[in-house]
Design a protein around this ligand. Structure first.
Ligand SMILES: Cc1cc2nc3c(=O)[nH]c(=O)nc-3n(C[C@H](O)[C@H](O)[C@H](O)COP(=O)(O)OP(=O)(O)OC[C@H]3O[C@@H](n4cnc5c(N)ncnc54)[C@H](O)[C@@H]3O)c2cc1C
Length: 436
């Protein structure tokens, strides 16, 4: 009977892929879950790895561990490069695999608005654990170099951090950078006062956190400014190099530029040859399948779907990806039920919006759910608890919670490790420690 089994290939073990597989225990379905990493990543806490509050293992969980007990799931490590919809095959490296059903749950990537080649090496974005450890290295090295630097202009540039993009990630990064510089590492350096570091948040639009209400945007701006972040609205970056950024004619000298602005769909989606939106997301049917290919689903950030109730685009958020994963499983269960009318009876996907939140710093956050908007300590506590709750893995929950409590009490950042290859860039070296 083995050969009667249908094969579902899921590409991507993010929120959508994991929730799709977890909700399909169907015995006649062989699931192959492929990801280019061997872990599921909790992206909402990536900025905490980038700013040395958490370690990489705290926010990642091995995919094999998640499916240890679900015997119809085979986990595979691999990067899939291409999909052939007609042949029903996926391709990665020298390998191709056939599928009966396919779910593309590949998330999103950065967009530098066509300037990838020049801007990406200067201003790393934050989507993967590698990005987070790269940013952590860049930030921590900046303080180390400033400690050794005698040239005043160069030292100032090293202590200037520019975050491009005033969405949740930009707000979180800017707030966390300011907290590190002003609160957590000040006493650890001898020659520099890290609290004099400039953190500048650049937003092209007229307010931060565009997806939030005007009130929350205002509150986020006020909180950031109280913390010492320079918030600049209507400030579009027009160019950048290793010495800083341009905002039209204005030059801003900064050695550290971080990118939190544009989102694009991963390149694999373009190999399908079907209609996409301008970000490259696939325009899916109301049941999240690809037009003309009911056996192929696109779930999570990679899908472009307008909610039938609100008539708005379903946002690229973890709860939306989780709901799409569960919905995809429902459609497939109907398909595999043996009742040929069952699938048609499944209602179109509707996004249940439970609210949005963004953290700004310790005891500072904004949260909105339905008509309720709150901020400050209450929002920050809600943000912390919800993030702990959604983390996958008991160890991760315990470690993250313990790490936060420790940092809160001890006012420190313990994950301050500079890893990987680097060379110090100092114009004029300080020879001996400054005398008191
Ligand atoms: C820095 C940051 C902060 C965020 N903060 C929040 C937040 O506070 N709240 C919130 O709700 N949402 C937040 N989000 C958004 C949220 O993380 C995404 O909406 C969610 O992860 C989307 O889930 P997904 O399953 O579609 O994709 P992902 O979770 O991105 O998973 C995609 C998976 O596909 C794999 N993959 C991609 N391409 C390939 C390939 N070619 N071959 C094999 N594997 C592949 C990837 O390795 C990854 O594991 C944040 C995102 C980022 C980047």
């Amino acid at each position: 009977m083995e050969n009667q089994k249908k094969r579902l290939i899921i590409i991507g073990a993010g929120f959508a892929g994991i929730n799709l597989a977890k909700n399909l225990h169907h015995e006649d379905l062989e699931i192959v879950l492929v990801d280019r990493h061997n872990y599921h990543l909790f992206q909402p806490l990536l900025y905490q790895v980038a700013t040395a509050a958490l370690s990489p293992a705290d926010i990642a969980h091995p995919v094999r561990r998640i499916f240890r007990k679900q015997k119809n799931v085979n986990v595979a490590l691999g990067r899939i490069e291409r999909v052939d919809l007609e042949q029903k095959k996926i391709y990665g490296g020298d390998t191709s695999v056939d599928y009966d059903y396919l779910a593309l749950c590949v998330g999103a990537t950065h967009s530098y608005f066509g300037k990838e080649e020049k801007w990406a090496p200067v201003a790393p974005g934050l989507k993967t654990l590698d990005d987070a450890t790269l940013i952590r290295r860049k930030v921590l090295l900046a303080f180390e170099e400033a400690e050794l630097e005698l040239d005043e202009q160069s030292r100032r540039a090293k202590l200037t951090f520019v975050v491009v993009g005033g969405g949740p990630t930009g707000v979180e990064l800017a707030g966390a950078l300011r907290e590190i510089a002003a609160k957590y590492i000040q006493e650890d350096f001898r020659n520099i006062d890290t609290s004099t570091s400039r953190v500048i948040l650049l937003e092209g639009g007229d307010r931060l956190l565009q997806g939030f209400s005007e009130k929350s945007s205002q509150r986020a701006k006020q909180d950031l400014e109280k913390m010492g972040v320079e918030v600049r609205l209507n400030s579009l970056v027009t160019d950048m190099d290793e010495h800083g950024v341009w905002i039209a004619e204005e030059r801003l000298l900064a050695q550290n530029v971080l990118w939190a602005a544009g989102v694009a769909a991963p390149p694999i989606l373009s190999t399908l040859g079907v209609e996409t939106d301008k970000c490259g997301r696939i325009k899916v049917e109301p049941d999240l399948s690809v037009p003309g290919h009911p056996e192929v689903f696109v779930l999570g950030d990679a899908a472009h779907i307008v909610d039938p109730k609100t008539h708005e685009l379903v946002p690229g958020l973890a709860p939306a990806a989780i709901q799409m994963g569960k919905y995809g499983a429902k459609v497939l269960r109907a398909e595999l039920s043996g009742d040929k009318d069952a699938r048609a009876k499944v209602k179109p996907f509707v996004y249940t919006d439970k609210g949005i939140m963004a953290t700004i710093g310790v005891n500072r956050a904004v949260a909105e759910t339905g008509p309720f908007k709150f901020s400050g300590t209450l929002a920050w506590l809600a943000w912390s608890l919800i993030h702990i709750f959604f983390l996958i893995g008991f160890r991760n929950r315990v470690f993250v919670m313990a790490g936060w409590i420790y940092d809160y009490i001890a006012r420190t950042r313990e994950a301050r490790l500079i890893t990987g290859q680097f060379s110090l860039k100092v114009r004029k070296f300080r020879k001996a420690p400054k005398q008191a």
